[in-house]
Design a binder for this molecule. Structure first.
Ligand code: FPP
Length: 247
């Protein structure tokens, strides 16, 4: 199948994968089945993004607030991420996909941390799609960690407080070196950011999709790209048409 051509293509798409539990409930299945089906949607979306020529795809896999879920569900989600990396790493590497992890690594179990580090290390020189997995991620936590790192430099005399700029803050975030998301998609009909990429989303376009995450895939992904292509992005300035007529 030839890939659709879009008028303007986002360089970076970030997705809040929501609705696994409701997908399962609708079918009288345990929540774990929703997460399992969710991994299949992850696979299809990663392929679709690569095929469309997207450079960065960020997936919100586990938030710093998700620890509040029942222990069995947390352990299920950890197991699924581990299985995904174990099963799919070789194929992702063969597809020239680079993996990056964002989120707080310090409190992670060593088996998970080692697997994530291995995925990053194995794929570090790959140049096609960068798959950013947000794991144990919370935006306020990320910003606070960046602030601590800057404050430590000020305390040690390496930096003066007045030298702190948005660029310097950017460089201390987990997403350092990754462009801001052009498009953020959230499935399941919810319309909020839920502590995801708060700093980076300053000029992002949003597409909210009513379908639950396990039903997401190539078709809905490309439909969201089409919606993005129809948007007029001004970044606080004027559209070229408005600027031309001086209105
Ligand atoms: C939201 O559904 C989804 C999650 C909290 C986790 C997403 C994780 C996966 C799709 C699997 C592992 C990820 C990777 C990258 C392999 P929910 O449980 O909040 O659904 P609900 O709101 O309907 O209850």
């Amino acid at each position: 199948m030839s890939e659709p051509v879009f008028l303007s293509m986002p360089e970076h798409v970030a997705i809040i994968m929501d609705g696994n539990g409701r997908w399962a409930k609708q079918r009288g299945l345990p929540r774990a089945m929703g997460h399992r089906k969710g991994v299949e949607a992850v696979r299809e979306t990663v392929r679709a993004a690569g095929d469309a020529g997207i450079k960065y795809l960020t997936l919100f896999a586990f938030s710093s607030e998700n620890w509040r879920r029942p222990e069995a569900e947390v352990s299920d989600l950890m197991g699924l991420l581990k299985a995904f990396i174990r099963r799919d790493l070789a194929e992702l590497h063969a597809q020239n996909v680079r993996i990056r992890i964002i989120g707080d690594r310090h409190s992670l179990r060593s088996d998970i941390l080692n697997l994530l580090l291995e995925a990053e290390e194995t794929t570090r020189d790959n140049t096609a799609l960068t798959l950013v997995i947000a794991f144990n991620y919370g935006s306020r936590d990320e910003i606070a960690r960046a602030m601590v790192s800057l404050a430590e430099d000020v305390e040690a005399g390496r930096l003066r407080a007045r030298e702190i700029t948005p660029e310097l803050v950017n460089a201390r975030l987990d997403t350092a070196g990754i462009p801001d998301p052009d498009l953020i998609i959230r499935t399941s009909g919810e319309e909020r950011l839920s502590n995801f990429l708060l700093w980076q989303a300053a000029y992002s376009e949003f597409v909210f999709v009513p379908e639950y995450w396990p039903d997401f895939g190539r078709e809905l992904f490309y439909a969201a790209l089409e919606k993005f292509a129809a948007r007029d992005r001004r970044f606080g300035g004027l559209s070229p048409q408005a600027a031309a007529v001086g209105t």
